[in-house]
Design a protein around this ligand. Sequence first.
Ligand SMILES: [Zn+2]
Length: 259
Amino acid sequence: MLEIVPIPALTGTYDNYIWVLHDGKHAIVVDPGDATPVLAYLQAQQLKLSAILITHRHNDHIGGIPKLLEVYNTRVYGPRSELIPLINHHLGEGDSIEIKELGLHFDILSVPGHLPEHIAYVGNGMLFCGDILFGCGCGKMFVGTPQEFHHSLQRLAALPAETKIYCAHEYTESNIRFALLCEPGNAQLQQRQREAHALRQQDLPTLPSTIALEKATNPFLRCGEPEIIANVMRHFDLPSPPADEVAVFAALRKWRDLF
Ligand SMILES: [Zn+2]
């Protein structure tokens, strides 16, 4: 029986989740920004680390790799980028990987926008998407264009509605506060705020989310919604609507950066 466990890391600064997938014997970890809590968990559960999956090069996603490799001689999957030297299995669009120890298969999607080399892992009804898509939000556009970021999000939105989303940060509550500025009349979004608040009050994760929930509440996946477009126009004092959904996305991302 596969278990999927979020290990909170870098709490209070980046609020990362390091996802551990295990069957009681073998484990894989996704984006280990810090080795200490991962090692503690693996050792407490007596798990053998079979693989490390990396989505992109930011240190809060890769910082724990060296220490994990001191303890476990394991495969490290990640993007084709010379900026992440410890990766020993390089992946890009169209590739797939087998984690035989756990009976898992993941297809690789290239999802630029946050960083050019960012990849996502899709399989077994799960999506591990690092910093491209968050609960009710999306990552910052560090090195990318609105065009490619919007396209990446649209590709994720096209996954089956029940796909569970395991992103790398607990940002959902603040993302919802922003989303409500964009779309205050969205009843599902209001409901999501109540649910997320109740979970966080108990120190529980708001993740995983689902593609269906994000499509219903995440403004960055709803760039064609009239209420969102109207509020973008109001916020930026625009005389006419943005030219297309990419322009709405760009405006939302800019608004969110200053929120
Ligand atoms: Zn990042």
